[in-house]
Ligand binder design. Structure first.
Ligand code: SF4
Ligand code: SF4
Ligand code: FES
Length: 233
């Protein structure tokens, strides 16, 4: 089996002559038997740490839970600084996005939660910050300051938490480079290994924003031309 790996903007072909199951095991095989300098992220090897996210044939996946196939093309995640080969700096982007959006509980209000509330809070808490959704999001190609799907999904998680007493602060932090900048393409939802649906969470955040008195800035600034016609009935 032959696989291609993008390294320093060049593509290198590797021949794997033993039986490997996952893409991560193929990368380890190359490192141990062909080229020890090959660099990639890895941690839990069981789909829970997010460290091994890469792009295979154009789609973001976790290398440890993805089967490897002949002629696969492997690349590092998009919109991240490449440290070496397939290893990217996810931490800088994560810190920037989560800080920018205040994606945490603002002010705790003691409130009993029932099992349905806990279930609801759990969905976005399952995010492993693998950055697959960030890499798949086309908005970053034109706006590097966009908050991005995992940050917005996390804001939504806290905005609907009954223990949050300052929901307005959270909502105000996603008005610029946030909910209204998303194109609702759904690419983030398609690649999430945790089954999280950032597109739908962003739509919900838009509704909450409208409830707080905000509106879509593109719509507000739209020029319909002609002004108001007083004769119009
Ligand atoms: S739905 Fe929005 S956040 Fe998700 S990938 Fe598309 S533009 Fe990005
Ligand atoms: S929302 Fe999904 S794809 Fe995005 S960082 Fe979290 S786990 Fe990864
Ligand atoms: S090594 Fe942890 S998710 Fe793949």
């Amino acid at each position: 089996m032959k696989i291609e790996i993008k390294r320093d903007n060049k593509t290198q072909l590797f021949d794997i002559t033993t039986k490997v199951t996952t893409l991560l095991s193929a990368l380890y095989y190359i490192k141990e038997h062909i080229d020890s300098s090959l660099t990639f992220g890895s941690g839990c090897r069981s789909g829970v740490c997010g460290a091994c996210a890469v792009i295979v044939n154009g789609k973001e996946v976790l290398a440890c839970s993805t089967p490897v196939n002949d002629k696969d093309k492997i690349e590092p995640l998009r919109y991240h600084k490449v440290q070496r080969d397939l290893l990217v700096d996810r931490c800088s982007n994560i810190t920037k996005s989560l800080k920018q959006t205040n994606a945490h509980l603002q002010s705790y209000k003691p409130t009993p939660l029932d099992s349905k509330d806990e279930e609801l809070n759990q969905i976005q808490s399952d995010c492993i910050l693998c950055s697959s959704c960030y890499s798949a999001c086309p908005v970053f190609a034109v706006n590097g300051d966009f908050a991005g799907p995992y940050a917005l999904t996390r804001v939504y998680r806290y905005a609907i938490d009954k223990r949050e007493s300052k929901k307005g602060t959270l909502i105000s932090s996603v008005q610029q480079n946030g909910v209204w900048d998303c194109t609702l393409c759904g690419e983030c939802t398609l690649v999430c290994p945790q089954g999280i649906d950032p597109k739908s969470d962003i739509l919900q955040l838009r509704s909450l924003s409208i409830g707080e008195g905000y509106s879509d800035p593109t719509f507000v600034s739209m020029d319909f031309g002609g002004g108001f016609d007083s004769n119009w009935q």
